[in-house]
Ligand binder design. Structure first.
Ligand code: GLY
Ligand code: MN
Ligand code: MN
Length: 428
């Protein structure tokens, strides 16, 4: 099954690239995976991740030093084959995929001498005479938002793996584990090394759940565990999942707020269909957060009054979501044409990463949140003296940190496909 999907994926990519060859009057496009980079004045390298435009072509992780050459005939993979007794050579992966490629092992850059005349280059600079062709990059980034069935299958698998980790993380938390122990439980269940996760795991217990990109992992077991926020994914052939779950242990006001947020999240997901404006969905989420603040006695202002004063943004300061794919924040989210017209995020929601209308087979995240962030609460008091919020109630909620619920969604014309909820429901 995967072989057939991969073959069709390749056809789609070749079609897209051949349109680009015509558009830019080119004979070939060379895409570099990239080379190893090193810590400053050190002989240890950073973990390697291939440039996504090169990775997109292969059903395995592309190694450093490889190149993809797209021409009008059979595409070519230049495979790094430098002899070096310190390291094990990367073996060329076996499989059906090989039938579609000309595979050239190379121990130098000599292969570039047989390139045709009009060549454009994509990727980090690694060949002396080439630098990235920016308008070609922009052109190809636009198409990347629409995923092929193979890409959706990869994202589905990345999602399935991540849900195993979330399940294990929640179990560890309920047994009193520290953030570090929860993180290790996640890695073990997903069989990932920390350098293989698509982004550093966010594992926040209690107040740490209010730190949007919290990456420290305390080794101290919590004295009084209240909340666990885990934002963590997995990778499959380079494709990333990006999932957040917020877990509570008590049956209290905060747990009711988490439940309210879960209902809001699912309501927003249900509207993520072809033609919907994502900016509009973001506004609806802000209104939904205002409703939750009001219903849970956190802010007595009406939804309308809160929206005028931008109260929800003090509790939900980030965007509703983003495109998902080979990059966690996948390319082209604000790009409205292949030529590169950009529609920026609205002034009052500057962190929204997706302004493009939703289209069939886009894959996106939907990730509303509600946090008690001391810095933003101070800002609210300074900027909106008539904020209408019950500061005592907020004080009592500060130890819980906050809530984020994040699912990975495939856009369709009628009913969106929620990869994350599908995977969670298949656990056990
Ligand atoms: N994990 C990063 C994000 O949710 O966008
Ligand atoms: Mn996330
Ligand atoms: Mn995300």
């Amino acid at each position: 099954m995967e072989n057939a999907l991969y073959a069709r994926h390749l056809e789609t990519l070749l079609r897209r690239y051949r349109v680009a060859l015509d558009e830019f009057k080119l004979d070939a496009i060379v895409i570099a995976a990239g080379t190893l980079s090193y810590y400053f004045k050190d002989d240890n390298s950073h973990p390697f991740k291939a440039f996504s435009f090169a990775q997109q072509w292969f059903p395995f992780d592309l190694p450093a030093g490889s190149y993809v050459v797209i021409k009008r005939d059979k595409p070519e993979l230049i495979w790094p084959a430098k002899q070096d007794f310190w390291h094990m050579l990367n073996a060329i992966p076996e499989g059906e995929w090989q039938h579609h490629w000309l595979i050239t092992p190379a121990d130098s850059n000599a292969w570039t001498s047989s390139l045709p005349n009009k060549v454009a280059y994509l990727g980090p600079a690694s060949l002396p005479e080439y630098t990235q062709h920016e308008s070609l990059y922009t052109w190809l980034a636009f198409d990347r938002a629409i995923k092929t069935p193979y890409e959706i299958a990869c994202l589905e698998e990345a999602t399935r793996i991540a849900t195993l980790g979330h399940h294990a993380a929640q179990q560890a938390f309920s047994q009193g584990a520290s953030e570090f122990e929860v993180h290790l439980a996640y890695l073990a269940a997903t069989q990932q090394d920390a350098s293989e996760t698509p982004y550093p795991n966010i594992v926040g217990i209690n107040e740490h759940a209010a730190v949007l990109h919290y990456e420290q992992k305390s080794r101290q077991r919590p004295f009084r565990p209240l909340t666990l926020l885990v934002d963590a994914g997995a990778s499959h052939h380079g494709y990333a999942s990006d999932i957040t779950r917020t877990t509570t242990l008590l049956n209290d006001d905060f747990a009711a707020l988490v439940e309210g947020m879960d209902t809001l999240e699912q309501h927003i997901v249900s509207q993520a269909v072809t033609g919907t404006s994502f900016v509009e969905l973001h506004y609806q989420t802000l209104a939904g957060v205002a409703r939750l603040l009001n219903q849970h006695g956190i802010c007595r202002l009406s939804v309308e009054e809160q929206l005028i004063k931008h109260i929800p943004q003090y509790f939900f300061p980030h965007g509703l979501g983003h495109l998902l794919g080979l990059q966690v924040h996948d390319v082209g989210g604000k790009q409205h044409s292949a030529k590169g017209d950009i529609v920026d995020s609205p002034k009052e929601s500057p962190f929204l990463r997706l302004t493009r209308p939703l289209q069939e087979n886009m894959v996106i995240t939907i990730e509303p949140g509600l946090y008690f962030i001391p810095m933003l609460l101070d800002k609210m008091r300074a900027e909106q003296p008539q904020h209408g919020c019950d500061m005592e109630k907020i004080e009592s909620l500060l130890p819980y940190g906050g809530i984020r619920i994040e699912d990975n969604i495939v856009i369709h014309t009628e009913t969106p496909r929620n990869l994350t909820r599908e995977a969670f429901s298949k656990l056990n």
